[in-house]
Write a protein that binds this ligand. Structure first.
Ligand code: GDP
Length: 298
């Protein structure tokens, strides 16, 4: 139910328009399919995903007459298949401590997501430590400290402008000494130049890996769904620059661009691990393809 409300805007934008087109069409011909294609593009499914969906519809049209119900069924099936291929929950048991590096540009909801994750894992009985590696903005470390207090999770932080790798180093050492289950390291999301970002990330990787074997075990990229195709562009950049293991897609509740979740999974082959559907602690949900598609097609 919460998921359905979170995706209401995408649902309405998509189905309001699809139903209008399908409802008034006497038969579903090439012109109608073209309109459908445009609606999918507008809902931020991306060119590649939309093309795949259209191909599936055309294939179905060849074997039987396309009805409105058939269009719905084909879209649902195809979108589910695209998403399902990319579902994978985080496996914290892979290492102790498990080190999660969180990247993303300013404003996407990175700090909030880290706070929500800390709270959720804490609730599950895991011990958590946070590393305030976004030393570029004083507010970032401050905000993380507030989340830390709220969910009783310690935060390793340095002063503003400190070396993020030094924070990562201290956080890794503390995580080992305190035998925590999960270390989440925040980073500054500056995409000003890809080279700088890469250099900074390489250093953080080196430091973490020296203290904890295999760390970071996962790099999560936080993206703001309301930026639509721009989120896809950011994902490509980060994927090239730092290597990304999974996606958190935030602010799905405020946008009609929810189709971007499908574009990210299908075009980048990256699992969407969590989605943000509100500002509350429980509004970060493990991504569930079935539930997502149900909410979209409800
Ligand atoms: P950061 O700069 O990436 O660290 O972004 P913040 O964590 O400070 O978040 C920016 C704003 O987005 C804050 O007002 C958050 O409450 C809000 N926010 C984060 N995630 C979500 C979400 O899933 N839904 C909504 N509606 N707001 C969110």
């Amino acid at each position: 139910e919460r998921m359905r409300r979170g995706l209401a805007k995408t649902h309405d934008a998509l189905w309001g328009r699809l139903d209008a087109v399908l409802g008034r069409a006497e038969r579903i011909d090439a012109a109608v399919l073209e309109e459908l294609e445009e609606i999918l593009i507008t809902a931020d499914f991306g060119v590649k995903t939309t093309t795949a969906l259209m191909t599936a519809l055309q294939q179905r049209a060849r074997s039987a007459e396309l009805t409105a119900e058939a269009v719905r069924a084909v879209l649902r099936e195809e979108i589910l298949a695209l998403l399902r291929a990319e579902v994978a929950p985080l496996e914290l048991s892979a290492s102790q401590p498990f080190v999660l590096l969180v990247v993303g540009v300013n404003g996407v909801g990175k700090t909030t997501t880290i706070g929500k994750l800390a709270q959720q894992f804490k609730k599950q009985g895991r011990s958590v430590l946070l590393g305030a590696g976004d030393t570029f903005r004083a507010a970032a470390a401050e905000q993380l400290a507030i989340w830390g207090e709220r969910c009783e999770v310690p935060v390793i932080r340095h002063s503003e402008g400190a070396d993020p790798a030094a924070v990562a180093f201290d956080a890794a050492k503390a995580a080992v000494a305190r035998k925590v289950d999960l270390l989440i390291v925040d980073t500054a999301g500056r995409l000003h130049t890809k080279v700088n970002l890469m250099e900074e990330m390489k250093k953080i990787h080196r430091v973490l890996g020296r203290e904890i074997a295999g760390a970071p075990h996962e790099t999560l990229l936080v993206l703001d769904a309301s930026t639509g195709q721009n989120a896809l562009v950011q994902a490509r950049l980060f994927q090239q620059a730092v290597g990304v293991g999974g996606i958190v897609l935030t602010k799905l509740d405020g946008t009609a661009k929810g189709g971007v979740a499908v574009a990210i999974a299908a075009e980048l082959g990256l699992p969407v691990r969590y989605i943000g559907i509100g500002e509350g602690i429980d509004d970060l949900r493990p991504f569930d393809a079935e539930m997502f598609v149900d909410a979209l097609f409800a």
